[in-house]
Write a new protein. Structure first.
Length: 261
């Protein structure tokens, strides 16, 4: 674990590197709305198996990072661009979950040459946030029923209890800022995006970003690889970690092997 300074704010991140000792490429992981870098704990644990350095960051105002949440996907993508510079990363692969995927796509649309690939998990080119959720957050209450909707209907009860405890530590204004940013997000297609290797991964039982919307990303990434994980919801990388890790490993070792420096 480590901190860096971004515009006077301490930004927290977790990092893991393979034991090979070689100069390896990096997978930079961006969490979703109201989340934190520990949502990528199971991916950080397999850096040796993947053969990649893995970094997971707490966005400003989230987890252990200081500052306030940013008010747009564009602002978050600018933060990630500056983070890449501060960490001196050479063409990393961006892995983004939900809002994090929107952040990754926005940065790829603006600065495609600084990335070598995208891993998009449970994300869309535009989101429809439920009005009842926004109304509750505007009144200062984060409904814990929403947290359960983020998991498969048959998810393990212990996992749900852990997720609820974690969500209770996040303020309603933080969730509201993030969800409003998601609601206003619209990805604009560019020719450059078409050339970025892209893995799109969904949980088959995702009730927040349904897998049937995955096809919408095809107009931005016509050559994308789609993977659907059974018995998983929106938090697929926590619910089915081994399956997700194997899918990502295959993507890294086939589609992206040439991008390692």
């Amino acid at each position: 674990m480590a901190y860096l300074n971004w515009r006077g704010n301490r930004i927290f991140y977790l990092t893991a590197s393979p034991n090979s000792g070689e100069d390896t490429a990096t997978v930079l992981c961006i969490h979703g709305a109201g989340g934190n870098c520990r949502h990528w704990a199971h991916q950080l644990a397999v850096c040796d198996d993947w053969g990649y350095r893995i970094i997971a960051v707490d966005l400003p105002g989230h987890g252990h990072s200081a500052g306030e949440p940013l008010d747009s996907i564009d602002a978050y993508s600018s933060f990630v661009e500056e983070l890449i510079q501060l960490l001196d990363l050479k063409r990393p692969i961006l892995a983004g979950h939900s809002m994090g995927g929107a952040i990754a796509m926005e940065l790829a649309a603006r600065q495609p040459d600084i990335l070598s690939g995208l891993i998009l998990i449970g994300t869309l080119d535009q989101f429809a946030v439920a009005p009842w959720l926004l109304e509750s957050l505007q009144s200062g209450v984060m409904p814990m029923s929403f947290i359960r909707l983020a998991y498969h209907k048959n998810a393990d009860e212990k996992l749900l209890e852990q997720a609820t405890r974690e969500a209770e530590k996040v303020s309603a204004p933080t969730y509201l800022t993030d969800f409003l940013a998601c609601q206003s997000f619209r990805l604009s297609a560019t020719k450059e995006l078409c050339h970025i290797p892209c893995l799109v991964l969904f949980g088959a039982g995702d009730r927040l970003t349904p897998v049937d919307r995955a096809k919408d990303l095809g107009r931005f990434f016509p050559g994308y690889q789609l993977a659907v994980v059974q018995e998983a919801g929106h938090m697929v990388m926590l619910e089915q970690k081994d399956k997700v890790n194997n899918i990502i490993k295959d993507f890294l070792q086939t589609s992206l092997e040439h991008s390692k420096e």
